[in-house]
Design a protein around this ligand. Structure first.
Ligand code: HXC
Length: 254
C-alpha cells in the first residue's frame, strides 16, 4: 500500500506512494520497496529498475514521527537501516527518478541507486543535523564520494541543499529534465540499458560499484576476472560476430 509497482516494457517501476507524508520512508514502505526490487531482480523479463516518487517529493527522509521516541536499542534492533544495505544486493541497474524533495534517507536512497535523473524541481540534502542527528544510511560516505569533501561538509554540517543544477555540476546526478518529462526520460534510459547484453550489464554494475570498496589494485584484478568471465557467454560471441558482420546483435542473456 505504500508503493505502486508497474512495468514499462523491460523496466520495473516502483513509485513511492505516501504523498501525505512527502514519501517519508517508514519501515513498512522500506520493506515493500525492497520486496518489489527483489522481485524485479529475479524476473528475467526485467532488465532495469526505476525508483521514483511524486512530483512534490522523491522522499523527505526517514519517517521522523516513527523515529522520534526510539531508544538506541530500538534503533540497533530495528531492521530499518539494513534495508539500504539490501539495495546494494540488487544486481540489475537501478535508476532513481527524482522530483521535488530528496532529503536525508531519501537522498541516501537515491545515492544507493546506480544512476540519478532529476526534474528541475529536485532539491537534494542531508538535513539530519537540524534534528540533532547525522545521516545514518550512507549519507556521509556516498555523498562525500560523489561531490567531494568541501560540499559534503557544508551539506552534512550545515544542512545546505543542492538544486538539481547544482547537483548536476557537483557530479551527484546524471541528468536534469523539465518536470513534465523527467520520469519518461528515466524510463527511456532504463529501457535502453535493459536492451543491452544482460550478463555484461550485471557485471559492469558490479565492477563499477566494486571501485568504491576496493583498492585500485584489487579493483583492477576483479574487473579483469569479470572481463574474462564474459568470454564464456554466448552474448560475447554474438556481440563480436554482429560487429564484424555489420548486423545488430541479438542478446540472449546467456
Ligand atoms: C515524517 C514527514 C517528513 C518526515 C514531511 N513529513 N517529512 N513526516 N518524516 N521526514 C510530513 C509532515 O510532518 C507533514 O505532516 C507532511 O509530511 C507535509 O509536510 P510539510 O512540512 O507540511 O510540507 P512542506 O512545507 O512542503 O515541507 C516539505 C519538507 C519538510 C521541506 C520536506 O516536510 C521537511 O523538512 N521534512 C523533514 C525533512 C528531514 O529532516 N529529513 C531527514 C529525516 S531524518 P502533517 O501531518 O503535518 O500534514 C533521516 C535520517 C535517515 O532521513 C537515517 C537513515 C535511514
Amino acid at each position: 500500500t505504500n508503493i505502486l509497482v508497474r512495468r514499462e516494457d523491460r523496466v520495473g517501476v516502483v513509485q513511492l506512494n505516501r504523498p501525505q507524508a512527502r514519501n517519508a520512508l517508514n519501515a513498512a514502505l522500506m520493506a515493500e520497496l525492497i520486496a518489489a526490487l527483489q522481485a524485479f531482480d529475479a524476473d528475467s523479463e526485467i532488465g532495469c529498475i526505476v525508483i521514483t516518487g511524486s512530483e512534490a517529493a522523491f522522499a523527505a527522509g526517514a519517517d521522523i514521527k516513527q523515529m522520534a521516541e526510539a531508544s538506541v536499542i530500538d534503533m540497533i534492533d530495528s531492521p530499518f537501516i539494513g534495508y539500504w544495505d539490501e539495495l546494494r544486493r540488487i544486481t540489475k541497474p537501478v535508476v532513481a527518478a527524482v522530483s521535488g524533495w530528496c532529503l536525508g534517507g531519501g537522498c541516501e536512497l537515491a545515492m544507493a541507486c546506480d544512476l540519478i535523473l532529476a526534474a528541475e524541481s529536485a532539491v537534494f540534502g542531508q538535513p539530519e543535523i537540524n534534528l540533532g542527528v547525522i545521516p545514518g544510511a550512507g549519507g556521509t560516505q556516498r555523498l562525500t564520494l560523489a561531490v567531494g569533501k568541501a560540499l559534503a561538509m557544508e551539506m552534512v554540517l550545515n544542512g545546505r541543499t543542492l538544486s538539481a543544477e547544482e547537483a548536476l555540476r557537483a557530479g551527484l546526478i546524471n541528468r536534469v529534465y523539465p518536470v513534465e518529462v523527467y520520469l519518461e526520460e528515466a524510463i527511456r534510459l532504463a529501457n535502453a540499458i535493459a536492451a543491452r547484453a544482460p550478463v555484461a550489464v550485471r557485471l559492469a554494475k558490479e565492477a563499477v560499484n566494486a571501485s568504491f570498496e576496493m583498492s585500485l589494485r584489487a579493483g583492477l584484478d576483479h574487473e579483469r576476472r569479470l572481463f574474462y568471465l564474459l568470454f564464456s557467454t554466448d552474448d560475447q560471441k554474438e556481440g563480436m560476430d554482429a560487429f564484424i558482420n555489420k548486423r545488430p546483435a541479438h542478446w540472449r542473456g546467456q
